[in-house]
Design a protein around this ligand. Structure first.
Ligand SMILES: [Ca+2]
Length: 420
Protein backbone atom coordinates (compact mmCIF):
# COMPACT_ATOMS: atom_id res chain seq x y z
CA UNK A 1 0.00 0.00 0.00
CA UNK A 2 1.21 3.45 -0.82
CA UNK A 3 1.36 6.45 1.31
CA UNK A 4 -1.80 6.51 3.33
CA UNK A 5 -2.55 10.09 3.82
CA UNK A 6 -3.55 11.59 7.05
CA UNK A 7 -6.89 13.29 6.96
CA UNK A 8 -5.44 16.80 7.03
CA UNK A 9 -3.49 16.02 3.86
CA UNK A 10 -6.60 14.67 2.15
CA UNK A 11 -8.47 17.79 3.15
CA UNK A 12 -5.70 20.00 1.83
CA UNK A 13 -5.72 18.21 -1.50
CA UNK A 14 -9.50 18.31 -1.66
CA UNK A 15 -9.41 22.03 -1.04
CA UNK A 16 -6.74 22.44 -3.67
CA UNK A 17 -8.80 20.49 -6.16
CA UNK A 18 -11.95 22.46 -5.38
CA UNK A 19 -9.99 25.64 -5.87
CA UNK A 20 -8.67 24.45 -9.22
CA UNK A 21 -5.20 24.03 -7.79
CA UNK A 22 -3.09 20.96 -7.79
CA UNK A 23 -4.72 17.76 -8.80
CA UNK A 24 -6.53 15.84 -6.11
CA UNK A 25 -4.52 12.72 -5.69
CA UNK A 26 -3.27 10.22 -3.22
CA UNK A 27 -6.62 10.05 -1.51
CA UNK A 28 -7.36 7.49 1.08
CA UNK A 29 -9.91 5.05 -0.31
CA UNK A 30 -13.59 5.70 0.15
CA UNK A 31 -14.33 2.57 2.11
CA UNK A 32 -14.44 2.33 5.87
CA UNK A 33 -11.34 2.26 7.99
CA UNK A 34 -10.64 -0.75 10.16
CA UNK A 35 -12.98 -1.20 13.07
CA UNK A 36 -10.04 -0.60 15.39
CA UNK A 37 -9.84 3.06 14.45
CA UNK A 38 -11.44 5.05 17.21
CA UNK A 39 -12.76 8.36 16.05
CA UNK A 40 -15.71 10.53 16.95
CA UNK A 41 -18.78 9.84 14.86
CA UNK A 42 -18.79 13.34 13.46
CA UNK A 43 -15.15 13.05 12.60
CA UNK A 44 -15.75 9.74 10.88
CA UNK A 45 -18.64 11.18 8.90
CA UNK A 46 -16.52 14.10 7.77
CA UNK A 47 -13.73 11.71 6.94
CA UNK A 48 -15.97 9.53 4.77
CA UNK A 49 -17.48 12.48 2.94
CA UNK A 50 -14.09 14.04 2.34
CA UNK A 51 -12.46 10.81 1.28
CA UNK A 52 -15.41 9.83 -0.87
CA UNK A 53 -15.19 13.09 -2.76
CA UNK A 54 -11.46 12.77 -3.09
CA UNK A 55 -11.97 9.24 -4.37
CA UNK A 56 -14.21 10.60 -7.10
CA UNK A 57 -11.53 13.03 -8.12
CA UNK A 58 -8.90 10.37 -7.87
CA UNK A 59 -10.97 7.95 -9.91
CA UNK A 60 -11.09 10.35 -12.80
CA UNK A 61 -14.81 11.06 -12.55
CA UNK A 62 -13.83 14.67 -12.07
CA UNK A 63 -10.62 15.78 -13.68
CA UNK A 64 -9.94 19.41 -12.96
CA UNK A 65 -6.73 20.16 -14.77
CA UNK A 66 -3.88 18.63 -16.66
CA UNK A 67 -1.23 17.24 -14.34
CA UNK A 68 2.14 18.85 -13.91
CA UNK A 69 4.61 17.32 -16.38
CA UNK A 70 7.29 15.25 -14.69
CA UNK A 71 10.88 16.35 -15.13
CA UNK A 72 12.99 14.85 -17.86
CA UNK A 73 14.49 11.63 -16.54
CA UNK A 74 18.11 10.58 -16.51
CA UNK A 75 19.18 7.46 -18.38
CA UNK A 76 17.53 4.47 -16.76
CA UNK A 77 19.19 1.13 -17.39
CA UNK A 78 16.79 -1.73 -17.72
CA UNK A 79 16.85 -4.48 -15.14
CA UNK A 80 19.02 -7.38 -16.21
CA UNK A 81 16.83 -10.23 -17.39
CA UNK A 82 18.52 -13.57 -16.89
CA UNK A 83 17.07 -16.86 -17.99
CA UNK A 84 15.66 -17.34 -14.53
CA UNK A 85 14.28 -13.87 -14.18
CA UNK A 86 15.04 -11.05 -11.78
CA UNK A 87 15.82 -12.51 -8.33
CA UNK A 88 13.15 -10.92 -6.19
CA UNK A 89 12.23 -10.70 -2.51
CA UNK A 90 8.94 -9.08 -1.50
CA UNK A 91 8.55 -7.50 1.94
CA UNK A 92 4.84 -7.02 2.61
CA UNK A 93 2.43 -5.89 5.31
CA UNK A 94 -0.39 -7.90 3.77
CA UNK A 95 -3.47 -7.47 5.97
CA UNK A 96 -4.66 -3.86 6.16
CA UNK A 97 -4.96 -3.20 2.45
CA UNK A 98 -5.52 -5.54 -0.45
CA UNK A 99 -3.09 -4.11 -2.99
CA UNK A 100 -0.38 -6.28 -1.41
CA UNK A 101 -2.30 -9.30 -2.66
CA UNK A 102 -2.33 -7.93 -6.18
CA UNK A 103 1.37 -7.21 -5.96
CA UNK A 104 2.25 -10.71 -4.79
CA UNK A 105 -0.08 -12.43 -7.26
CA UNK A 106 1.55 -10.41 -10.03
CA UNK A 107 5.00 -11.43 -8.77
CA UNK A 108 3.94 -15.07 -9.01
CA UNK A 109 2.66 -14.48 -12.55
CA UNK A 110 6.01 -12.91 -13.47
CA UNK A 111 7.72 -15.92 -11.88
CA UNK A 112 5.63 -18.18 -14.11
CA UNK A 113 6.58 -16.18 -17.19
CA UNK A 114 10.28 -16.36 -16.32
CA UNK A 115 10.64 -12.62 -15.86
CA UNK A 116 10.96 -12.85 -12.08
CA UNK A 117 12.58 -15.40 -9.85
CA UNK A 118 10.54 -14.95 -6.71
CA UNK A 119 12.87 -16.07 -3.96
CA UNK A 120 11.02 -15.13 -0.80
CA UNK A 121 8.09 -13.27 0.68
CA UNK A 122 8.46 -11.86 4.18
CA UNK A 123 5.82 -10.18 6.33
CA UNK A 124 6.53 -7.00 8.24
CA UNK A 125 4.13 -6.98 11.21
CA UNK A 126 3.61 -9.33 14.13
CA UNK A 127 0.14 -10.36 12.94
CA UNK A 128 0.60 -14.15 12.96
CA UNK A 129 -1.69 -15.06 10.06
CA UNK A 130 -0.28 -12.50 7.64
CA UNK A 131 2.33 -14.90 6.34
CA UNK A 132 -0.35 -17.60 6.15
CA UNK A 133 -2.03 -15.58 3.41
CA UNK A 134 1.28 -15.43 1.55
CA UNK A 135 1.46 -19.20 1.83
CA UNK A 136 -2.02 -19.46 0.30
CA UNK A 137 -0.76 -17.55 -2.74
CA UNK A 138 2.35 -19.73 -2.96
CA UNK A 139 0.07 -22.76 -3.00
CA UNK A 140 -2.31 -21.34 -5.58
CA UNK A 141 0.48 -20.62 -8.02
CA UNK A 142 2.29 -23.89 -7.26
CA UNK A 143 5.36 -22.05 -6.00
CA UNK A 144 5.87 -23.77 -2.69
CA UNK A 145 9.61 -23.27 -3.05
CA UNK A 146 9.25 -19.54 -2.42
CA UNK A 147 10.59 -19.04 1.08
CA UNK A 148 8.47 -17.40 3.74
CA UNK A 149 9.54 -15.44 6.79
CA UNK A 150 7.93 -13.10 9.27
CA UNK A 151 8.64 -10.26 11.65
CA UNK A 152 7.96 -11.63 15.12
CA UNK A 153 8.00 -8.54 17.29
CA UNK A 154 5.27 -6.61 19.01
CA UNK A 155 4.42 -4.21 16.24
CA UNK A 156 1.13 -4.69 14.38
CA UNK A 157 -1.45 -4.39 17.13
CA UNK A 158 -3.94 -1.66 17.88
CA UNK A 159 -4.19 0.31 21.10
CA UNK A 160 -6.00 -2.52 22.86
CA UNK A 161 -3.35 -5.03 21.93
CA UNK A 162 -5.35 -6.80 19.23
CA UNK A 163 -3.64 -7.63 15.95
CA UNK A 164 -4.77 -5.57 13.01
CA UNK A 165 -6.07 -8.31 10.77
CA UNK A 166 -7.60 -6.45 7.86
CA UNK A 167 -10.56 -7.87 6.01
CA UNK A 168 -9.35 -10.85 4.05
CA UNK A 169 -6.37 -12.58 5.67
CA UNK A 170 -8.31 -14.73 8.16
CA UNK A 171 -10.71 -15.90 5.48
CA UNK A 172 -7.96 -16.71 2.98
CA UNK A 173 -6.10 -18.74 5.57
CA UNK A 174 -9.26 -20.52 6.64
CA UNK A 175 -10.75 -21.22 3.21
CA UNK A 176 -7.73 -22.04 1.08
CA UNK A 177 -5.07 -24.73 1.33
CA UNK A 178 -1.65 -23.65 2.52
CA UNK A 179 1.33 -25.26 4.18
CA UNK A 180 1.82 -22.35 6.53
CA UNK A 181 -0.92 -20.92 8.69
CA UNK A 182 0.91 -18.62 11.09
CA UNK A 183 4.28 -17.02 11.67
CA UNK A 184 5.08 -19.64 14.31
CA UNK A 185 5.71 -22.03 11.41
CA UNK A 186 8.26 -19.88 9.55
CA UNK A 187 11.67 -18.44 10.41
CA UNK A 188 12.18 -14.84 11.37
CA UNK A 189 12.20 -12.59 8.32
CA UNK A 190 15.81 -11.57 8.95
CA UNK A 191 16.90 -15.19 8.97
CA UNK A 192 15.17 -15.74 5.64
CA UNK A 193 16.66 -12.58 4.19
CA UNK A 194 20.15 -13.59 5.28
CA UNK A 195 19.87 -17.18 4.05
CA UNK A 196 18.49 -16.16 0.67
CA UNK A 197 20.93 -13.32 0.12
CA UNK A 198 23.93 -15.45 1.08
CA UNK A 199 22.95 -17.98 -1.60
CA UNK A 200 22.69 -15.51 -4.47
CA UNK A 201 25.14 -13.98 -6.90
CA UNK A 202 26.79 -10.75 -5.85
CA UNK A 203 24.86 -7.57 -6.50
CA UNK A 204 21.93 -9.42 -8.04
CA UNK A 205 18.90 -9.37 -5.76
CA UNK A 206 16.06 -6.89 -6.05
CA UNK A 207 13.90 -6.23 -3.00
CA UNK A 208 10.43 -4.68 -3.26
CA UNK A 209 9.41 -3.27 0.10
CA UNK A 210 5.63 -2.79 -0.05
CA UNK A 211 5.00 -2.66 3.67
CA UNK A 212 6.65 -1.38 6.80
CA UNK A 213 10.42 -1.09 7.15
CA UNK A 214 10.70 -3.32 10.23
CA UNK A 215 12.43 -6.21 8.50
CA UNK A 216 14.76 -4.08 6.40
CA UNK A 217 15.94 -2.18 9.43
CA UNK A 218 16.47 -5.40 11.36
CA UNK A 219 18.36 -6.93 8.44
CA UNK A 220 20.70 -3.97 8.21
CA UNK A 221 21.29 -4.14 11.97
CA UNK A 222 21.82 -7.92 12.04
CA UNK A 223 25.11 -9.49 13.14
CA UNK A 224 26.87 -12.40 11.45
CA UNK A 225 25.15 -15.75 11.91
CA UNK A 226 25.35 -19.34 10.74
CA UNK A 227 24.16 -18.34 7.30
CA UNK A 228 26.81 -15.71 6.67
CA UNK A 229 29.88 -14.30 8.34
CA UNK A 230 28.89 -10.85 7.10
CA UNK A 231 26.90 -8.30 9.02
CA UNK A 232 23.53 -7.42 7.61
CA UNK A 233 24.81 -4.20 6.10
CA UNK A 234 27.77 -6.03 4.54
CA UNK A 235 25.51 -8.76 3.18
CA UNK A 236 23.14 -6.26 1.63
CA UNK A 237 26.04 -4.34 0.10
CA UNK A 238 27.41 -7.53 -1.40
CA UNK A 239 24.22 -9.20 -2.65
CA UNK A 240 21.50 -6.61 -3.25
CA UNK A 241 21.37 -4.66 -6.49
CA UNK A 242 18.27 -2.58 -5.91
CA UNK A 243 15.60 -1.82 -3.33
CA UNK A 244 12.28 -0.46 -4.57
CA UNK A 245 10.45 1.30 -1.76
CA UNK A 246 6.74 1.96 -1.80
CA UNK A 247 7.02 4.86 0.60
CA UNK A 248 7.46 8.59 0.89
CA UNK A 249 6.21 11.60 -1.04
CA UNK A 250 7.94 13.01 -4.10
CA UNK A 251 7.87 16.14 -6.23
CA UNK A 252 6.36 17.68 -8.23
CA UNK A 253 3.06 16.58 -6.78
CA UNK A 254 3.86 16.38 -3.09
CA UNK A 255 5.74 18.51 -0.64
CA UNK A 256 8.52 17.44 1.65
CA UNK A 257 7.89 16.71 5.26
CA UNK A 258 4.69 14.70 5.27
CA UNK A 259 4.49 11.19 6.64
CA UNK A 260 3.18 8.26 4.68
CA UNK A 261 1.60 5.03 5.80
CA UNK A 262 4.43 2.58 5.29
CA UNK A 263 7.04 4.88 6.76
CA UNK A 264 5.07 6.26 9.72
CA UNK A 265 4.09 2.76 10.82
CA UNK A 266 0.46 3.28 9.86
CA UNK A 267 -0.40 5.76 12.56
CA UNK A 268 -3.04 7.22 10.29
CA UNK A 269 -5.01 4.04 10.09
CA UNK A 270 -5.24 2.10 13.28
CA UNK A 271 -1.64 1.20 14.04
CA UNK A 272 -1.68 3.27 17.17
CA UNK A 273 1.12 1.40 18.90
CA UNK A 274 4.28 1.86 16.89
CA UNK A 275 6.73 0.23 19.28
CA UNK A 276 8.82 -2.16 17.24
CA UNK A 277 8.47 -0.10 14.07
CA UNK A 278 9.06 3.55 14.95
CA UNK A 279 12.17 4.94 13.33
CA UNK A 280 12.76 1.86 11.18
CA UNK A 281 12.06 3.57 7.85
CA UNK A 282 14.53 6.28 8.75
CA UNK A 283 17.15 3.75 9.75
CA UNK A 284 16.66 1.47 6.75
CA UNK A 285 16.65 4.14 4.05
CA UNK A 286 19.50 6.14 5.52
CA UNK A 287 21.71 3.17 6.42
CA UNK A 288 21.35 1.42 3.10
CA UNK A 289 24.82 0.75 1.68
CA UNK A 290 25.52 3.41 -0.92
CA UNK A 291 26.27 0.89 -3.67
CA UNK A 292 22.67 -0.39 -3.48
CA UNK A 293 20.28 1.50 -5.72
CA UNK A 294 17.19 2.81 -3.95
CA UNK A 295 14.12 3.61 -6.02
CA UNK A 296 11.15 5.21 -4.28
CA UNK A 297 7.60 5.31 -5.56
CA UNK A 298 4.37 6.94 -4.52
CA UNK A 299 2.65 6.20 -7.83
CA UNK A 300 -0.66 4.42 -7.78
CA UNK A 301 -3.34 6.86 -6.73
CA UNK A 302 -5.08 6.83 -10.08
CA UNK A 303 -4.05 3.48 -11.43
CA UNK A 304 -6.59 0.80 -10.69
CA UNK A 305 -6.39 -2.96 -10.74
CA UNK A 306 -8.53 -5.88 -9.73
CA UNK A 307 -12.18 -5.01 -9.39
CA UNK A 308 -14.35 -6.00 -12.30
CA UNK A 309 -11.33 -6.71 -14.48
CA UNK A 310 -10.24 -9.50 -12.16
CA UNK A 311 -13.82 -10.55 -11.57
CA UNK A 312 -14.26 -11.15 -15.30
CA UNK A 313 -11.27 -13.45 -15.65
CA UNK A 314 -11.08 -15.33 -12.35
CA UNK A 315 -13.37 -17.66 -10.49
CA UNK A 316 -14.13 -17.49 -6.80
CA UNK A 317 -11.75 -20.41 -6.29
CA UNK A 318 -8.91 -17.96 -6.98
CA UNK A 319 -7.58 -16.53 -3.70
CA UNK A 320 -6.35 -13.39 -5.45
CA UNK A 321 -9.92 -12.57 -6.46
CA UNK A 322 -11.29 -13.67 -3.11
CA UNK A 323 -9.12 -11.17 -1.28
CA UNK A 324 -10.55 -8.34 -3.38
CA UNK A 325 -14.11 -9.57 -2.88
CA UNK A 326 -13.56 -9.68 0.87
CA UNK A 327 -12.01 -6.23 1.11
CA UNK A 328 -14.34 -3.20 1.13
CA UNK A 329 -11.98 -1.31 -1.18
CA UNK A 330 -11.24 -4.23 -3.47
CA UNK A 331 -14.18 -3.73 -5.79
CA UNK A 332 -14.28 0.05 -5.95
CA UNK A 333 -15.45 1.86 -9.09
CA UNK A 334 -12.48 0.73 -11.16
CA UNK A 335 -10.82 -1.62 -8.70
CA UNK A 336 -8.22 -0.86 -6.07
CA UNK A 337 -5.49 1.73 -6.28
CA UNK A 338 -2.15 0.27 -7.22
CA UNK A 339 0.73 1.49 -5.11
CA UNK A 340 2.13 -1.94 -4.30
CA UNK A 341 1.57 -3.69 -7.66
CA UNK A 342 3.26 -0.84 -9.51
CA UNK A 343 6.27 -1.07 -7.20
CA UNK A 344 6.65 -4.78 -7.89
CA UNK A 345 6.27 -4.45 -11.65
CA UNK A 346 8.78 -1.60 -11.69
CA UNK A 347 11.19 -3.75 -9.68
CA UNK A 348 10.95 -6.67 -12.09
CA UNK A 349 10.21 -5.26 -15.52
CA UNK A 350 11.53 -1.74 -15.08
CA UNK A 351 9.79 1.60 -14.55
CA UNK A 352 9.15 2.09 -18.26
CA UNK A 353 6.74 -0.84 -18.32
CA UNK A 354 4.41 1.06 -16.03
CA UNK A 355 4.91 4.27 -18.05
CA UNK A 356 7.14 5.82 -15.44
CA UNK A 357 10.74 6.85 -15.24
CA UNK A 358 13.40 7.40 -12.61
CA UNK A 359 13.54 11.03 -11.60
CA UNK A 360 16.02 12.99 -9.53
CA UNK A 361 18.71 10.39 -9.98
CA UNK A 362 21.61 11.15 -7.65
CA UNK A 363 19.54 12.94 -5.04
CA UNK A 364 19.14 12.08 -1.39
CA UNK A 365 16.03 10.97 0.43
CA UNK A 366 16.16 11.86 4.11
CA UNK A 367 13.60 10.20 6.34
CA UNK A 368 13.05 11.39 9.88
CA UNK A 369 12.23 9.24 12.90
CA UNK A 370 8.49 9.68 12.36
CA UNK A 371 8.67 8.64 8.74
CA UNK A 372 8.44 12.02 7.03
CA UNK A 373 10.74 12.25 4.03
CA UNK A 374 12.63 15.14 2.47
CA UNK A 375 14.02 14.89 -1.06
CA UNK A 376 17.18 16.82 -1.89
CA UNK A 377 18.52 17.15 -5.43
CA UNK A 378 22.03 15.92 -6.05
CA UNK A 379 24.26 13.79 -8.19
CA UNK A 380 26.14 11.65 -5.72
CA UNK A 381 23.84 8.72 -4.99
CA UNK A 382 22.05 5.82 -6.63
CA UNK A 383 18.70 7.12 -5.45
CA UNK A 384 15.71 8.23 -7.52
CA UNK A 385 11.93 8.34 -7.41
CA UNK A 386 9.40 7.34 -10.03
CA UNK A 387 7.40 9.84 -12.05
CA UNK A 388 4.98 9.30 -14.87
CA UNK A 389 6.43 9.44 -18.35
CA UNK A 390 5.28 12.08 -20.75
CA UNK A 391 2.53 14.59 -20.29
CA UNK A 392 -0.22 13.92 -22.75
CA UNK A 393 -2.40 12.03 -22.57
CA UNK A 394 -1.32 11.29 -19.03
CA UNK A 395 -4.59 9.62 -18.26
CA UNK A 396 -4.11 7.19 -21.13
CA UNK A 397 -0.79 6.12 -19.61
CA UNK A 398 -2.45 5.41 -16.32
CA UNK A 399 -5.06 3.34 -18.12
CA UNK A 400 -2.35 1.40 -19.89
CA UNK A 401 -0.66 0.72 -16.57
CA UNK A 402 -3.98 -0.49 -15.17
CA UNK A 403 -4.45 -2.79 -18.13
CA UNK A 404 -0.98 -4.26 -17.61
CA UNK A 405 -1.70 -5.02 -13.97
CA UNK A 406 -5.00 -6.69 -14.82
CA UNK A 407 -3.38 -8.77 -17.57
CA UNK A 408 -0.82 -10.03 -15.09
CA UNK A 409 -3.46 -10.72 -12.46
CA UNK A 410 -5.49 -12.65 -15.02
CA UNK A 411 -2.57 -14.84 -16.11
CA UNK A 412 -3.40 -18.42 -15.27
CA UNK A 413 -0.95 -20.14 -12.94
CA UNK A 414 1.33 -22.49 -14.84
CA UNK A 415 1.56 -25.18 -12.23
CA UNK A 416 -1.46 -24.70 -10.01
CA UNK A 417 -4.72 -26.52 -10.23
CA UNK A 418 -7.11 -25.08 -12.85
CA UNK A 419 -9.79 -22.78 -11.62
CA UNK A 420 -13.21 -24.31 -11.24
CA1 LIG B 1 1.46 -2.89 1.51
Amino acid sequence: MRARQLLPEAEVELEEAAAGGTEACGAEPSGPPPTHVHKGLLGVAVLFVALGLVELFASGVFELEAPVPPPIPPPSPAAPMGPRGVPLIIDTDMSFDVDDVGAICIAHALHDSGEANLLAVVHSTGYPEGIGAASVLNEWYGHQEVKLGAYKGEYGANSTGQWITGFYVPELVRRFPSRIKTSAEVPDAVEVYREVLASRDDHSVVIAVIGFATNMAALLRSPPDAGSSLTGAELVAKKVRQVVWQGGWYPPRHLNGHTTFNWDCGVCCGYTTVHGCAGDASYAVMHMPPNVEQVYTDLGDQVYHGGQGLRSCASTSNPCLQAYLLHPWGMNIRGRQSWDPLAVVAAVLGPHTIYSTKTGYGGVNSVDFNGANFWSAGNSTLQSFLSWQGTSPWYAERTQASNLLDRLLCARPTHAQPES
